[in-house]
Design a protein around this ligand. Structure first.
Ligand code: NSP
Length: 233
């Protein structure tokens, strides 16, 4: 997927309007350390165990999106995105198995405030807004990770060999993941054209930027576990 995929259409305008918040999200220090292979394991564990819980709630948000559509092509597209979210989970289960954590233990992990803040914000937008607002809340998650994966792969500072996080980077730059992102960006564009995105841009941008800020806070939660391991488990 060329980088320009992220720069055009409604997604491109929302991304640009998020300004420094977007850059903070896709180039966060957590990611720089992850790419270099120097990220402390406790930071990644904190992030990944919370991300498992995050994905469960995001699957619920996509299920909500499915109910907001009335045509089969849109229902199929939203259901496809829901399946893509669920398809991320084996990566998490695999890493956790390596640390001796099974899926039941992962499910029982108390949710961090960062996880609650982000997932419940998106679900609230879904319950109070229409499909377009919900898509604006969902897109930083889906598309941002593709940008993160591609940036890390292209970064000369990234080390793949011997890096414990290599499979995480591969997952989010994999063609299958990128195809799902392309479909999600196209769905946003289509729904935006049908539902007057231009006239609603300020509100959509506010939602998109809030979700982007919550993404930045999610990486930071991982790094905070290094300073404060008491809260890590
Ligand atoms: C917090 C977060 N944001 C995005 C993704 C990628 N779907 C994720 N797994 N977790």
């Amino acid at each position: 997927m060329p980088a320009s995929m992220f720069e055009f259409g409604l997604f491109g305008r929302l991304r640009q309007n998020a300004g420094p918040h977007w850059e903070h999200y896709v180039a966060h220090p957590f990611l720089q350390q992850l790419g270099a292979g120097t990220l402390p394991e406790i930071a990644f564990r904190r992030y990944l165990t919370q991300d498992y819980l995050f994905l469960v709630h995001f699957a619920r948000a996509y299920a909500l999106l499915v109910t907001k559509f009335h045509t089969l092509p849109e229902i199929r597209a939203a259901a496809g995105s829901l399946n893509n979210i669920v398809a991320e989970l084996p990566l998490h289960v695999g890493y956790c198995a390596g640390w001796g954590l099974n899926e039941t233990q992962m499910e029982r992990e108390p949710e961090a405030t960062e996880t609650i803040n982000y997932t419940r914000y998106v679900l609230d937008i879904g319950h109070s807004g229409d499909a377009l607002e919900l898509l604006a809340a969902l897109l930083p998650c889906v598309a941002g990770y593709a940008e993160v994966g591609l940036r890390l792969l292209a970064d000369p500072a990234t080390v793949m060999e011997g890096n414990p996080y290599a499979s995480w980077m591969q997952n989010y730059s994999d063609q299958g993941y990128l195809d799902g992102v392309k479909a999600a960006i196209e769905l946003l564009d289509r729904v935006g054209q049908q539902r007057g995105a231009d006239a609603r841009f300020d509100r959509l941008s506010e939602i998109f930027t809030t979700a982007t800020r919550l993404e930045g806070a999610f990486w930071q939660m991982g790094l905070n576990a290094v300073e404060n391991p008491v809260n890590a488990w």
